[in-house]
Write a protein that binds this ligand. Sequence first.
Ligand code: C5P
Length: 237
Amino acid sequence: MTNVTGPLIAAIVPAAGRGERMGPGTPKALRLLGGAPLLAHAVRALSRARSVDLVVVAAPPDQVAAVRDLLADHHAGAALKVVPGGATRQESVRRALATLPDSVVTVLVHDAARPLAPVELVEAVAAAAQAGADGVVPAMPVSDTVKRVEGNVVVETVDRQALRAVQTPQGFSRAALEEAHLEASAVEATDDAALVERLGRRVVVVPGAEEAFKVTRPLDLLLAEAVLAKRRADGVS
Ligand code: C5P
């Protein structure tokens, strides 16, 4: 552990999903990228960030011990804890939150499915959260034209200038994130910031990173392999 008074910044990694859009087989977080599971890359990126003291992984409940073994060599710099995840992403985050030591004041949440998020992005989100925002999300401009549809009929073309596609890691004050999860037991959101927004709290954006893209479908894994190969060729991985 890097902090003598106990961890101040913890990063939660929900990694308990089946990842059905990737096709049948191994849970998505455990699929291999450049010979190591997606999850190992995500944990390595978080623990390389100097500001992160503790990484808590929510693993598939039947694979907690296996995931702990798997990650043993991938968390230099930060302490690691592996806990059982839940039936939904939100439940997995909630379970991990419940295990944090009292000393933690800032919490990052990062999808295992974003294995190549740069360390600089982790640091930027952590810094903005520590500077006092209730929530921080990395955001990218939207390059496609976006339309609202009903059935197969277009009802509106949305002004994309005002839209952002958001990534993880997202950063929060621990108090805001805990309250958001407590209030949200009957709601399902696709990210944690949405729960904090529901409380009327201030969520701000920082510039996202192209390499923090989410591996959702088989094509994303091909792209991730290419990015990793380039990093290795450049000696930066
Ligand atoms: O399915 P999706 O790509 O949105 O999942 C985002 C993240 O949430 C993944 O890292 C996945 O492993 C995690 N998750 C989880 N528990 C679930 C479902 C998803 O930790 N029950």
